[in-house]
Design a protein around this ligand. Structure first.
Ligand SMILES: [Zn+2]
Length: 335
């Protein structure tokens, strides 16, 4: 059975020191302090220790083979987005990362598909880079759940949605710069509480802002099974109904009408949570995702789905059909 993991991260082994080059900022570079391991340094601060499966394509393919998964859709690590930087500098970082992923995809076309990154805070530069991303052969883009605290309904993003739609590029929304993280540094709360809230923030913003109606061919996929969205959907829907003066100010259509207008991944770490979502969302909207190679990811690449009592059609939808539809690809592309 074809398996496509649409939520995985990769980074080039060597990254220029953009902080030295531009003279400011928390740009990330890698300190390869011992074989097979590197420290991500953000500005001048240690951010995270990573292993060679963050950059070595063959090691990744070998690790995926253990879980019978042939295809990885790779995107950068969100800390690389750099939306806080001057747009021209963010564009330079983005181009460097996009070229790296494009080379990887060209070298291993049966194993890798790629998502690019953009200077989301400058739509003119972003649209130019989208055209280049299309030319490079990438399948779409990965963007943050907010852009310097601008929510995704803002009109400044409309040219980007329009270009994604006309170029046929898919969009993956990933949580980052988690709301309230400065108030909850302990217990990994930004990752455990902030990230799911960020993803719900992105989904709600796009629904209430009318983005899905304005761009009907836009194909968007939200990380971590939609974060806290599905667990609080009853509240969100009721809020739209009871206080339309606050919620339905830009779009009169109820949130439940949008359930099959977007995709999510299956990263729930909990079969019951996944089944609960599958009670609301069609299985061809739920894609295999892992967040590989990070420890909070499903590093058994959907093995809990494979071993579950879900029926074969549902498993096939999750393992490949949903991602193929999101990416506008046919299964024979990988033969
Ligand atoms: Zn991720």
């Amino acid at each position: 059975m074809l398996k496509i993991d649409m939520h995985t991260h990769i980074i080039p082994k060597q990254i220029p020191n953009f902080r030295d080059k531009f003279g400011y900022g928390d740009f990330v570079y890698l300190d390869h302090h011992k074989p097979g391991q590197a420290r991500m340094i953000k500005g001048q601060q240690f951010f995270r220790e990573i292993g060679q499966n963050c950059w070595d394509p063959q090691i990744r393919i070998d690790e995926y083979a253990k879980y019978h998964t042939q295809v990885q859709v790779v995107s950068t690590i969100p800390v690389m987005f750099s939306y806080w930087a001057q747009p021209a500098h963010c564009l330079e970082v983005s181009r460097f990362l996009n070229d790296h992923i494009a080379n990887l995809v060209a070298s291993y076309p049966k194993n890798y598909l790629g998502l690019g990154t953009l200077p989301m805070h400058d739509s003119l530069l972003a649209v130019k880079e989208l055209e280049r991303i299309k030319h490079l052969g990438l399948s779409g883009i990965q963007i943050g759940s907010n852009v310097n605290n601008q929510n995704l309904h803002e009109t400044s993003f409309w040219p980007i949605w329009e270009a994604c739609e006309s170029l046929g590029l898919a969009v993956m929304v990933h949580p980052w710069e988690m709301m309230g993280q400065e108030h909850m540094p302990k217990y990994w709360l930004p990752w455990l509480v902030g990230m799911p809230a960020e993803t719900s923030r992105a989904i709600c913003s796009m629904i209430f802002g009318g983005v899905f109606d304005r761009y009907p061919k836009l194909r968007v996929n939200f990380s971590h099974a939609g974060g806290s969205f599905f667990g609080t959907l009853g509240r969100i829907h009721h809020g739209h109904h009871c206080r339309p003066d606050l919620v339905a100010v830009d779009n009169p259509t109820a949130p439940l009408e949008y359930l099959n207008r977007f995709w999510i991944d299956c990263i729930t770490h909990d079969l019951n949570a996944l089944k609960y979502i599958l009670g609301m969302l069609a299985s061809d909207k739920v894609c295999l995702g892992s967040d590989y190679p990070f420890p909070l990811g499903d590093l058994e690449i959907g093995d809990f789905v494979a071993k579950s009592d879900l029926d074969d059609k549902t498993k096939q939808d999750i393992f490949s059909r949903a991602a193929l539809a999101w990416l506008h690809l046919e299964a024979n592309y990988f033969e």
